[in-house]
Design a protein around this ligand. Structure first.
Ligand code: G3P
Length: 496
């Protein structure tokens, strides 16, 4: 039977998704399942790894049963995932020893302070391309080993395994036979030397993490093993962190090309080719992917809360019934009437890097209403992106010509227009918006010869709509200054 499809598993922060793509990159069918978010303490975020696995397996099986395809028609599975989120499980039973500590979780800010006080920032940046921050997996593993009863002894005896979500899914898909991750995910652990492409002994020693826990690190496009849990035997041909996968799905294959993904958070990545570029303005140097024997790098700006602020308006404040309603509500007012929402719910990433910042609403008056707050929350997504673009332009020494965008929130025309207004750059929305899952599909397809090379893939990218600035530059500068002032009020809020 001829292989016609690639099946992408996109395990995100709030949903597990499976999407079936054909050779042209068209998403034929998809299933999504939300899973529980746990907030045991302020600033902490956890997921149940077993629920991640069960929801992911369910949606994957449903795609196959509901489309009625034969598994023999699937050329490969590609995996893409929320990055940094940390799972530790028992090698012999496959049981997680604790909930997964999610990338947004701030519980290890204190461990990070200790590392900074020891003067390790330069060393961490030099080896890993990252800043010392609770965002990354390393301190999360250290926390689990220190706080879960019995974990330290088991880890020292070689009985525990660590994985980011890709690793956890591949291990389960292969029934515990394969414990791997790829370069793009390893680069987010703060334990991986992005130049030598090896786990770093010094960093492991600093955090007392035994190397026996860590997965093998492999290219992003390679057959790691096969799964038999879906019917026939299907090769697993790719693993890539979701933001790097989106960069690939947006066909940003050349140096200097940039995309911004508006998901739970917002992540802006610039391809820097085979050159790791270090930042002076709070950007991260990260691995984009390992492909065809080469490793390519990216500069990244990470915004922790983007689409999640819309969820918060809906689920916690009850100001809207659905995410899509935010657009209509925002448009009922001309502006926010001086209101700013700073969604620093889990601290701030690029360029502020403040684990202790917390969210705020400022500028409230008697005339402030629901629509002003909803609009201000959407505008905050665009302001944060502007902060990151400014850092990137400084670091790269170039002015962006355009910003390719993707992710759920790009369907919000109000947000896209405001983004173009505040940036003063063209904002380009592609025809295929599922770029994260698509990137994983392309990488998996390349691993099994479903695609010959990236040139073949590049031809499939097509723009859909371009947004350009309509607001005057003066007005845009003026409201952006208000944003900077609002952000300033959140600094260090959670510090004693
Ligand atoms: O680094 C965190 C990022 O990978 C999360 O992505 O799509 O769940 O917002 P997303």
């Amino acid at each position: 039977m001829k292989e016609k499809y690639i099946l992408s598993l996109d395990q995100g922060t709030t949903t597990s998704r499976a999407i079936l793509f054909d050779h042209s990159g068209t998403a034929l069918y998809q299933e999504n399942r939300a899973f529980a978010q746990h907030y045991p303490e302020p600033g902490w975020v956890e997921h149940d790894p077993l629920e991640i696995w069960s929801t992911q397996l369910e949606v994957t099986r449903e795609v196959i049963t509901k489309t009625g395809i034969d598994t023999a028609e699937i050329a490969a599975i590609g995996i893409t995932n929320q990055r940094e989120t940390t799972v530790v499980w028992e090698r012999s039973t496959g049981k997680p020893i604790a909930n997964a500590i999610v990338w947004q979780c701030r519980r290890t800010a204190g461990i990070c302070d200790q590392l900074k006080n020891k003067g390790l920032e330069a060393m961490v940046r030099e080896k890993t391309g990252l800043l010392i921050d609770a965002y990354f997996s390393g301190t999360k593993i250290a926390w689990i080993l220190e706080h879960v009863p019995g974990a330290r002894a088991k880890a020292d005896a070689g009985e525990l395994l660590f994985g980011t979500i890709d690793s956890w899914l591949i291990w389960n898909l292969t029934d515990g036979r394969v414990h791997v991750t790829d370069y793009s995910n390893a680069a987010r652990t703060m334990l991986f030397n992005i130049h030598t492409l090896k786990w770093d002994d010094d960093l492991l020693a600093e955090l007392s993490i035994p190397i026996s826990m860590l997965p093998d690190v492999r290219p992003s496009s390679e057959v790691y093993g096969t799964t038999t849990l879906l019917g026939g035997e299907i090769p697993i041909g790719a693993s890539a962190g979701d933001q790097q996968a989106a960069l690939f799905g947006q066909c940003c294959f050349q140096e200097g090309m940039v995309k911004n993904t508006y998901g739970t958070g917002c992540f802006l990545l610039m391809n820097t080719g085979e050159r790791p570029v270090s930042s002076e303005h709070g950007l991260l140097t990260t691995i984009a992917w390992g492909l065809h024997g080469r490793v390519e790098y990216a500069l990244e700006g990470s915004i922790f809360i983007a689409g999640a602020v819309v969820q918060w308006l809906r689920d916690e404040l009850g100001l809207i019934q659905s995410a899509s309603e935010s657009e209509a509500v925002a448009k009922t007012v001309e502006n926010t009437n001086g209101v700013y929402v700073v969604p620093a719910f889990t601290g701030l990433g690029t360029p502020y890097w403040d684990s202790y910042a917390r969210g705020t609403i400022v500028g409230l008056t008697r005339g402030s209403n629901r629509a002003h707050i909803v609009r201000a929350a959407l505008e905050a997504i665009a302001y944060q992106t502007k902060d990151v673009v400014a850092s990137m332009e400084h670091d790269a020494g170039i002015k962006l010509a355009e910003l390719r965008v993707d992710g759920g929130a790009v369907m919000n025309d109000f947000l896209m227009q405001f983004q173009a207004d505040i940036l003063g750059r063209k904002v380009v929305r592609p025809q295929i918006k599922e770029t994260t899952a698509l990137g994983a599909a392309y990488l998996a397809g390349l691993a099994v010869g479903f695609y010959e090379n990236v040139d073949e893939i590049k031809r499939s990218w097509k723009g859909d709509q371009t947004f350009t600035r309509v607001m005057s530059e003066e007005a845009s500068q003026s409201i952006y200054q208000g944003w900077k002032k609002a952000v300033g009020t959140t600094k260090g809020w959670a510090l004693d």
